[in-house]
Design a protein around this ligand. Structure first.
Ligand code: AMP
Length: 237
C-alpha cells in the first residue's frame, strides 16, 4: 500500500524536518508547498512574483494556485508509491480538493504534530535556512562551526540566514492564520481511521520514532498506543 501522508501542525512544529526524514527513509518524495513557492520566488516566475508579498506578510497564497500546484505534483511518477505532503492542505477548501485528487488512490494518512505555542515562537525565531540552497539548518551545522566562524549549511556550505517570514511580527500573523484557516482541518480529518496525533514537543529522534510508528499503524489499520502516539478515534458504525 502506498503511504500517502499529510502533515498537519502549526508553523515551527517540525513538519518539514520530520517529513524530510520520513520520506528519505521510505524512498518517497517530500512535497513541501512552502519550498515550491520559495523556489518560484527565487526563480522569479509569475507565481513566485505574486506569492512573495503574500508570504512576507504571513498570509496564505490563494487556494486555486495551491491546489493546481499540488494536483500537478501528485500526478508525477515519483509520487505513485507514496509521498509526504508538508504545508498542504492549509484550508478546508484545499483539503476537499485533495480528497478529489486522491480518488482511486490509497487513503490519506493524516498526522497532526502538536507543539505548545510558546515553544513554536521560540523555535521560529531561532530557525535558520541556507541562503543558497534553501535547506533547513540543523543543530549540527551550528555546533560544527569553527570557534568564532559563522555556521554554514551542512548540504552546500552556503551562508545561513533567517527566513524572511520568521521575524516576530510575521510569526505572530502566521500563527493567527494557522488557528483561523488550518486548525479546523483537525476537525475535518479526526474521525478518519487513518488520523494520528503526535507530540511534537519532544526531542527530534523521539518525534521521528513516534511518527514512524503512527504512520505504520495507520497504514496497516492496526491501532497503536505507544508513548506519544494516540489511537485514532474509530468511526462509529
Ligand atoms: P511554509 O514553508 O509551509 O511555512 O510556507 C511558507 C509560506 O508559503 C506560508 O506562510 C504561505 O504564505 C505560503 N504557503 C505554503 N503552503 C501554502 C498553502 N498550502 N496554502 C497557501 N499558502 C501556502
Amino acid at each position: 500500500m502506498a503511504l500517502n501522508v499529510i502533515m498537519l501542525g502549526p508553523p515551527g512544529a517540525g513538519k518539514g524536518t520530520q517529513a524530510e526524514r520520513f520520506a528519505r527513509s521510505r524512498g518517497i518524495p517530500k512535497i513541501s508547498t512552502g519550498d515550491i513557492l520559495r523556489e518560484a520566488v527565487h526563480a522569479g516566475t509569475d507565481i513566485g512574483k505574486r506569492a512573495k508579498a503574500i508570504m512576507d506578510r504571513g498570509e496564505l497564497v490563494s487556494d486555486d494556485v495551491m491546489i493546481e500546484i499540488v494536483r500537478e505534483r501528485l500526478a508525477r511518477h515519483d509520487a505513485v508509491n507514496g509521498f509526504v505532503l508538508d504545508g498542504f492542505p492549509r484550508t478546508v477548501a484545499q483539503a476537499e480538493a485533495l480528497d478529489t485528487t486522491m480518488e482511486g488512490r490509497d487513503p490519506l494518512i493524516v498526522v497532526d504534530l502538536v507543539v505548545p505555542e510558546a515553544e513554536l515562537v521560540r523555535r521560529l525565531s531561532s530557525r535558520m535556512i541556507c541562503a543558497a540552497c534553501g535547506a533547513n539548518a540543523t543543530i549540527e551545522d551550528v555546533v560544527n562551526a569553527a570557534a568564532g566562524a559563522e555556521p554554514r549549511c551542512g548540504v552546500c556550505g552556503g551562508k545561513l540566514v533567517q527566513r524572511s517570514d520568521d521575524n516576530e511580527a510575521v510569526v505572530r500573523e502566521r500563527l493567527k492564520v494557522y488557528h483561523r484557516e488550518t486548525e479546523p482541518l483537525v476537525h475535518y480529518y479526526r474521525e478518519r481511521p487513518t488520523f494520528r496525533t503526535i507530540n511534537g514537543a519532544q526531542a527530534a529522534d523521539r518525534v521521528a520514532a513516534d511518527l514512524g510508528a503512527a504512520i505504520e499503524s495507520a497504514g496497516t489499520g492496526r491501532p497503536l498506543g505507544a508513548h506519544g502516539v494516540t489511537k485514532s478515534r474509530r468511526v462509529r458504525a
